[in-house]
Design a protein around this ligand. Structure first.
Ligand SMILES: O=C(O)C1=C[C@@H](OP(=O)(O)O)[C@@H](O)[C@H](O)C1
Ligand SMILES: C=C(OP(=O)(O)O)C(=O)O
Length: 415
């Protein structure tokens, strides 16, 4: 049995940074993820005039309930969509003029429905180059609140940004959602907001579901960040793939917030032995890997993980309802298909699905990563059983797991 210590959750760290910045008092985050995305988020907060003090295993943030300390700021969001989508909402609650920009990769990713929603709330928000994309300018004068309707069918992050803004408005916010992907991420948001003192109720009506967020503000606290479930998926997949192996991830158990831990249920359906306790999760290979059809709308960050082990299953693996993976760091359906085909595997794709047929991936092949950390980490799992796999940009794992190659190599070479 191999025990793997997985770094902190990106999604939990990003939310915790937002909530801490907006809270009354000083918050300590224990075991935050230290990676390009979360360092970019913390730097964004610093640019906006928040005091963030970083120690090795703890980050301390002085909250500013009235909003950013800076009157003007240039915020560079790097590749991080949590930074690029959450921070403009935080800034909107203050008073000042803020410019947000991002990497070329993030500039390509949409945020139109979030911009429209913020404008509906009276925020003066202007796009610099292309409507619905970074860069953007926010002229913030506080947000009164009110009601709005949101289509979060492309990204749940629009909803998370607005929900987290809710307690900072003068009168509260009612958000009616007509469509929603990645719903478990919204559950993380709600649980964490409540943990920082927010009050939210939910009503399901004919037009959609409405979240009512009260204008309570947030309270500072000490908050422990759980390990990243999407990162853990590579190790769980590796364990399921290789007869005789098992992986235990401590700290990701029955109380985990992240929906992506549900990836182990997919592995269980494929034949792996899975045990989830309060203390952590263990996946063991049974020597069987069955094909299946699976809807991954809720856990689509783990779609590439499954695609990368799919050829080793005894029948086709069909992954459905993952259209939004086309607007991530790259078009992940196309990137998975392209690389699997280069490895000699038969693959079909549609607008929101991919079907992968059994086969023996064959190198040498240089994986086209498209600068996407998940393409690298997923095909590193394929490489356990495929000699000759290399990557055109192995370093892009820094987005969420800078130490991935060392940790994965050590896993691969310990029995
Ligand atoms: O809110 C979050 O922390 C995230 C939500 C998901 O995005 P979408 O809602 O855009 O699918 C997920 O893919 C992303 O990695 C992190
Ligand atoms: C899609 C991802 O990141 P984000 O949307 O937070 O940039 C991811 O980490 O897979």
């Amino acid at each position: 049995m191999t025990v793997i210590d997985i770094p902190g959750s990106k999604s939990v760290t990003a939310r915790a940074l937002f909530l801490a910045a907006a809270a009354e008092g000083t918050t300590t985050l224990q075991r935050p993820l230290v990676s390009d995305d979360t360092e970019g988020f913390a730097e964004g907060l610093t640019a906006l005039g928040y005091a963030v003090r970083r120690e090795t295993d703890a980050w301390h943030i002085e909250g500013r309930p009235a909003g950013p300390g800076a009157d003007t700021a240039d915020v560079y969001c790097r590749d991080g969509a949590t930074t690029a989508r959450f921070l403009p909402a935080l800034a909107a609650a203050g008073h000042g003029t803020y410019r947000f920009d991002a990497s070329a990769q993030m500039r390509r990713r949409p945020l139109g429905p979030l911009s429209t929603a913020l404008r509906t709330l009276g925020v003066d928000l202007r796009h610099g180059v292309k409507d619905g994309h970074h860069p953007l300018d926010v002229h913030a004068r506080g947000v009164k609140g009110g009601a709005l309707t949101l289509d979060a069918g492309q990204s749940s992050q629009y909803l998370t940004a607005l929900l987290m803004l809710g307690p900072l408005t003068a009168e509260g916010l009612d958000i009616t959602v007509t469509d929603l992907v990645s719903e478990p991420y919204v559950e993380i948001t709600l649980a964490m907001m409540r943990g920082f003192g927010a009050e939210i109720t939910r009503e399901d009506g004919r037009e959609g579901r409405t979240y009512r967020v009260a204008p309570t503000g947030y309270r500072a606290r000490t908050y422990g960040i759980e390990p990243d479930a999407s990162t853990a998926s590579y190790f769980f997949a590796a364990a399921a793939l290789e007869p005789g192996r098992s992986v235990t991830v401590p700290g990701l158990g029955t109380g985990a917030l992240q929906g992506d831990l549900g990836f182990v249920d997919v592995l269980r359906r494929m034949g792996a032995d899975v045990e989830i306790t309060e203390a952590g999760t263990t996946v063991r290979s049974t020597g069987t890997l069955r094909g299946l059809t699976v809807n991954m709308r809720d856990i689509s960050d783990t779609m590439p993980t499954l695609a990368a082990i799919a050829p080793f299953a005894d029948g086709p693996v069909r992954i459905e309802d993952v259209a939004n993976t086309r607007v991530k760091e790259c078009d992940r359906l196309d990137a998975c298909a392209e690389n699997l085909r280069r490895l000699g595997i038969t693959v079909e794709t549609g607008p929101d699905w991919i079907e992968i047929h059994p086969g023996t991936p064959t190198g040498p092949v240089e994986i086209a990563t498209h600068g996407d950390h998940r393409i690298v980490m997923s095909f590193a799992v394929t490489a356990l059983r495929t000699p000759g796999i290399t990557f055109d940009d192995p370093g892009c794992v820094k987005k969420t797991f800078p130490d991935f190659h060392r940790v994965f190599h050590r896993y691969a070479h310990t029995a």
